[in-house]
Design a protein around this ligand. Structure first.
Ligand code: NDP
Length: 246
């Protein structure tokens, strides 16, 4: 489905981003991943990607830093040429009740989740415009749509992604560049591994499907949005949450 396409996935070293990278590679795309640093996880992911016979490379940078982003993007474009799909997936949480949230907890979450997504998109947009095509997929969260106690910083960053997604869709629709967001519910990754068993059971009881989702559940929607199957869909926010926010 993606043979001959080049895809960039931020935060693709593990979790949801890794599942998206593997799904894309399984469908023939060459893959560039942006993560913070080389790790056991990133080495492992690279090997798994290469086992599909596609080209895969890791680029290390902190997406909070616009200059680092710009040089990583230039390196990716020099190596891969035209980019067809960008998945802005890198994200972090720093949860606490509002009075206990440190300034750094607010800054870091907004800087990685929202500004990072904007910096990366801004650095790739000329490449998309030049080739008059592209699919941008931003990973938001149901929490950005419904709010969540203890996650004011995170929810605000994810709600910001929704506004950003719709604006990019409007700004670049005529250039044949689509921009959509995915809003996952609770998905089993390192991010949710910190939840206690009681917390997990409580969460499950609020999900109509009665279970957490898998990274692959999100990856299959990303494949649809990245491919020509969704060629007339832009500016949408699609939930993958087992009915959590109905
Ligand atoms: P993980 O914690 O498993 O992975 C986070 C990824 O983001 C890693 O690849 C990490 O790189 C990268 N990353 C973090 N900070 C930076 C940075 N400053 N610069 C570059 N890369 C960075 O997260 P998940 O897979 O769980 O989440 C992926 C996305 O999905 C996030 O945006 C998250 O908010 C969203 N989401 C997740 C849900 C869940 O239940 N898991 C629910 C809803 C949304 P490295 O390996 O180098 O640290």
């Amino acid at each position: 489905m993606l043979k001959g396409k080049n895809a960039v996935i931020t935060g693709g070293s593990r979790g949801i981003g890794k599942a998206i990278a593997l799904e894309f590679a399984k469908n023939g795309a060459d893959i560039a991943i942006i993560a913070t640093r080389e790790s056991k996880a990133s080495d492992e992911t690279l090997k798994e990607l290469e086992s599909f016979g596609v080209r895969a490379r890791m680029y290390y940078c902190d997406i909070r830093d616009a200059e680092q982003v710009e040089s990583a993007v230039q390196e990716i474009i020099a190596d891969f040429g035209t980019i067809d799909i960008l998945v802005n997936n890198a994200g972090i949480t720093k949860d606490n009740l509002l009075p206990s949230l440190g300034i750094m907890d607010i800054d870091n979450v907004i800087d990685v989740n929202l500004k990072g997504c904007m910096f990366v998109t801004r650095s790739f947009i000329r490449n998309f415009v030049r080739h008059r095509k592209g699919s941008i997929i931003n990973i938001s969260s149901v929490v950005g749509l419904m709010g969540n106690k203890g996650q004011t910083n995170y929810a605000a960053s994810k709600a910001g992604i929704v506004g950003f997604t719709k604006s990019v869709a409007k700004e670049y629709g005529r250039k044949n560049i689509r921009c959509n967001a995915i809003a996952p519910g609770y998905i089993t990754t390192d991010m949710t591994a910190a939840l206690s068993e009681t917390q997990t059971e409580e969460i499950k009881s609020e999900i109509p499907m009665g279970k957490l989702g898998s990274p692959e559940d999100v990856a299959r929607l990303a494949l649809f949005l990245g491919s020509e199957m969704s060629s007339y869909i832009t500016g949408e926010v699609i939930k993958v949450d087992g009915g959590m926010y109905v």
